[in-house]
Structures are given as C-alpha cells and as structure tokens.
Design a protein around this ligand. Structure first.
Ligand code: AMP
Length: 111
C-alpha cells in the first residue's frame, strides 16, 4: 500500500521529528499554517476518524497531541487539534493525523 505518512514513519521520506513513541510519530507539517504546526500520526495505518480506530490507538494519539503541545511550549498559550476526515473536510493524506496548531492567536473560525 502506498501511503505517504507510512513512508515518513518508516523513514523512507524525510521529516522533522518532534516526538516519537511506540505507537505514534509527530513531525512538522511541510506547509505550516501557524507558527507551531505539527502532525501527530499513529504508526499503524488507519485511514481517518471515520475508519475503525482501536481505542488504544486513539488514546495514544491524544497523549501525543498533549505531549507535543508541551514540547512546543503552547500548552498554556493555547492550541488547536484538527483531524480532517473525508472529502468535505478536504482530507488530502489518507492516514489518520491530527494537526496541532498554535504559537499565535488562531482565527475564531473552525479551520
Ligand atoms: P490534510 O489536508 O488534513 O489531509 O493534511 C495533510 C497535511 O500533510 C497537510 O497540512 C500537508 O501540508 C501535510 N504534508 C503533506 N506532505 C507532507 C510531508 N512530506 N511532510 C510533512 N507534512 C506533509
């Protein structure tokens, strides 16, 4: 299966790592939409939140989102977690991922 984020996790495509543990990988978005913009992905391939996401995978991702916010120094200033699922959300990479955005005042809109 040809999946961009699986290739990044395997190190076949370079990325700027922010954090890694047994179940998750976090790296900088190549086109940052905020001063801090990190992607958190599970190491196992899951397409999106619309897919079957095992509880332990979901929990591991949420822990890593919180960890990344701490590492980026944005826990207290505030941050947003976004996961696009499916065409109406304009999901472009079909491997579950969470955008961690912060480091500046974000827009009041949802995106
Ligand atoms: P989404 O549109 O929610 O599917 O988000 C996919 C994200 O992956 C976008 O914000 C892209 O900028 C980001 N992206 C695509 N290719 C790479 C890459 N090679 N390294 C880091 N981020 C990437």
């Amino acid at each position: 299966m040809d999946c961009l984020f699986c290739s990044i996790i395997k190190g076949e495509i370079p990325s700027t790592k922010v954090y890694e543990d047994d179940a998750t990988y976090a790296f900088r978005d190549i086109h940052p939409m905020a001063r801090a913009h990190v992607l958190v992905v599970p190491k196992c391939h899951v397409t999106s939140l619309a897919d079957e996401v095992p509880d332990e995978v979901y929990t591991a991702c949420m822990h890593t989102c919180k960890k990344v916010a701490e590492l980026e120094g944005i826990s207290q200033s505030g941050f947003r977690v976004v996961s696009n699922a499916g065409p109406d959300a304009c999901q472009s990479v079909h491997h579950l991922h969470f955008h961690i955005l912060g480091g500046q005042k974000l827009s009041e809109s949802m995106a």
